[in-house]
Design a protein around this ligand. Structure first.
Ligand code: CAA
Length: 380
């Protein structure tokens, strides 16, 4: 067992850290307050290979594994979770769906520009009335003229507005339940496919979240991913990897909050000494650091198994569930250590805390993760 990153992995970590400190940190609060989605950052992320981390070089990717990928998402999220989730949704949802289930032609046409960062990816599973119950999809796709006529909508979609390529699922045979759902690739500019309402969110406000609407949208059959009826199963398998990203997002956010709490505890003087010298604060920091490490280990275990071709349904759900709930706790403690200042926007913890909350909801709520874990446990 190896509990340390290799030298190369450590270099990846440090280069992303330097990038995040230089290019993202100065803008974090402005982007948060104005809900500015930093699309201008994408070419720089692409230059570092971060838009195609987990894909082979032949498809324009960086050819790295999930260990590096989670490390990258963690480092970005340590500075700004909005950028972390953007890279995560692009890599592990949209692009990975095409990489895992697409044809060679689809990979050449769609994955290559995604992995190179020339195109931005979105992924559509959730609908207004199909959230946790993902197979309750109402969007329909009906065969017509060598393709499909799609009607419906998806919501809470990362990159719904700026995305160039969107993989989304629709019901192609309602009588077959979750085996009557099929995935399609939608391209920006397709007639009848358009973004709709942008959400005004509690946290991760610089990440773009909006709805997309399909109104008699004609999709050619060549944009169908896999066979008819495989869309739900594909989505579940994509989420197995996606949930590792949310664990990394949660760990990164908590790490940022923890570091700000340590800094503040050493600086802040009360009763004639730094508050870090009080055991009440030391116990908080000890708990925070320990929980953070536990979450990081769960995250890396899921990455390791995924990199070794193992199924990680249970492991990614455990990592996601624990890391996201840990993140909310750690961020809240960071606010508490900052006292009144922690409740203001002059110090970082309030934003970390707002951002952390999404991790317990996105890509399956904590409650859904417990269902996924329990079903796997009882099946073994
Ligand atoms: N790997 C392989 N097979 C899987 C699987 C997996 N991870 N998950 C399920 N399956 C299989 C099951 O074994 C089952 O197969 P059989 O029918 O042959 O037995 C089949 O798929 C159906 O599975 P379930 O019976 O478990 O299906 P369910 O309807 O009970 O739903 C669920 C299960 C876990 C609750 C699922 O609906 C779920 O994960 N819900 C949450 C969805 C979610 O995370 N949404 C967030 C999306 S993020 C987004 O859209 C926005 C964005 O931009 C980020």
């Amino acid at each position: 067992m190896e509990f340390e990153l290799s030298e190369e992995q450590q270099q990846v970590k440090m280069s992303v850290r330097e990038f995040a400190e230089a290019e993202i940190a100065p803008h974090v609060m402005e982007w948060d307050e104005t809900q500015h989605f930093p699309i201008e950052l994408v070419p720089k992320l692409a230059e570092l290979g971060l838009m195609g981390v987990i894909f082979p070089e032949e498809y324009g990717g960086a050819g790295m594994g999930y260990v590096e990928y989670a490390t990258i998402v963690e480092e970005l999220s340590r500075v700004d979770g909005s950028v972390g989730i953007s890279v995560a949704a692009h890599n592990s949802l949209c692009s990975n769906h095409i990489y895992t289930f697409g044809t060679e032609e689809q990979k050449q046409k769609f994955l290559v520009p995604l992995a190179q960062g020339k195109h931005l990816g979105a992924w559509g599973l959730t609908e207004p009335s199909a959230g946790s119950d993902a197979s309750g999809t109402r969007t329909t796709a009906v065969r017509e003229n060598g393709g499909w006529l799609v009607n419906g909508s998806k919501n809470f979609i990362t990159h719904a507005i700026h995305g160039d390529t969107c993989v989304a699922v629709a019901v192609t045979d309602r009588s077959k339940g979750n085996k009557g759902i099929t995935a399609f690739i939608f391209e920006k500019g397709m007639k009848g496919f358009a973004p709709a309402k942008k959400e005004n969110k509690l946290g991760l406000r610089a990440s773009e979240t909006a709805s997309v609407v399909f109104e008699d949208c004609h999709v050619p059959d060549e944009n169908r991913v896999g066979n008819e009826g495989e869309g739900f199963l594909q989505a579940m398998q994509v989420l197995d990897g996606g949930r590792i990203s949310i664990a990394a997002l949660a760990v990164g956010i908590a790490q940022g909050a923890y570091e700000s709490a340590v800094r503040y505890a050493k600086e802040r003087q009360q009763f004639g000494k730094p508050i870090a010298e009080f055991q009440a604060i030391q116990f908080k920091l000890a708990n925070m650091a320990t929980e953070l490490e536990a979450a990081r280990l769960l995250m890396y275990r899921a990455c390791y198994l995924k990199d070794h071709g193992k199924r990680v349904t249970k492991e990614s759900a455990m990592a996601k569930m624990y890391a996201s709930e840990m993140s909310v706790r750690v961020c809240e403690e960071a606010i508490q250590i900052h006292g009144g200042y922690g409740y203001t926007k002059d110090y970082p913890p309030e934003k970390y805390w707002r951002d952390s909350k999404l991790c317990t909801i996105g890509e399956g709520t904590s409650e859904i993760q417990r269902i996924v874990i329990a079903r796997q446990l009882l099946r073994q």
